[in-house]
Design a protein around this ligand. Sequence first.
Ligand code: GLY
Length: 432
Amino acid sequence: MRILIVGSGGREHALAWKAAQSPDVTHVFVAPGNAGTAQEPKVRNLPIDALNTTALIEFASTQQVDLTIIGPEAPLAAGIVDAFQSKGLPCFGPTQKAAQLESSKAFSKAFMLRHGIPTSAYQAFTQLTDAIDYLKTQDFPIVIKADGLAAGKGVVIAHTLDEATIACEMILNQNRFGNAGNRIVIEAFLTGEEASFMVIADGLDFIALETSQDHKARDDGDKGPNTGGMGAYSPAPVVTGKVKQHIIEDIIKPTLAGLKQEGIWYQGFLYAGVMIDNTGKARVLEYNCRLGDPETQPLMMRLKTDLVSLCQASLQHRLPEMSCEWDKRIALGVVMAAGGYPDDYQKGDPITGLTPGASISLNPDCKIFHGGTAYKGDEIITAGGRVLAVCALGKDIKEAQAIAYQTVKTIHWDQCYYRHDIGYRAIERISV
Ligand code: GLY
């Protein structure tokens, strides 16, 4: 089989690595990929942008691609799956309509309200004066979100009316996030612990993936600005068996049933970002119409089932025939970022300390997934904010953490930045 993976981040490296392990797979193409995917056995990068649907369709149809898997949200929101489907090409991911769960916060909040899915109270606004009038009636902190896709940056937690007003002005009137900010959602701030709950869905049925948790704040102790994720681990101890059942019954099942009722067939990975309070009640913070990054990297290290068979089963509505097997060990990944990320950062710095295999660590329980990397001649250089995710398997979270950090300390570039405490919440939970 010939597989095409669309995207260039750590998530796509992990998907390509996993897909290449399938015994039926002879070739994995990644468009456009990174320096890590370029090094993987059976894997080849294509110089095609993830948003160039025409070129991707041309490649898939002329090069006998059997299955295309879409990694990031932007091509999904732009309708890449609809375009592939219209040419009869198998493509794994939700359609543009289904992807609205992520591409419009106002759509997803209204959807949750219609279907009784637990989430925080909210209102959507297009006019600044209306937003400010509403803010004057609310408690703080409060959350302000740009309606559309903003690469994980469109969320502000405002602690006062002044801060909230500035955030609304910046998004609605100063176009900080472009058209993504033509509308905003203002929602109540939830407290508790966040977890990532992902499933593979085929419209009717679904299989829950193992649980995971990421660290969104840039700095140690979950301080500093929000990022796409500075590290992740699987499983997430906050998601006990009881909490998992509650998320499945009260969030995942009504979400898929609600979509179906509205004539939307959801096929692909569905990610519910949930806040779990101290009574174990989960509320949806956001939906994503794809897998999480960096959660996918530890998840793929634990997945024993053939990824390609799972995606095919979903496309052919055979998910009930399948089950997912997982490595019982804990997987943990530390993101190594460019200094300055998530704001401005430098690119083009040579990375030292990578072994000749680039993504192969000297420890067999460790794997280095590349995100923002590229080749410059024979040298691997930084090419994005989140550069690497160094992942490790351990018999417990402490062991996984120790192995990952051992490798992290051997890799360097100018202004390389990482958190030193990935997994601390899970370690605290198992220590009490
Ligand atoms: N790690 C969070 C996300 O992928 O959106």
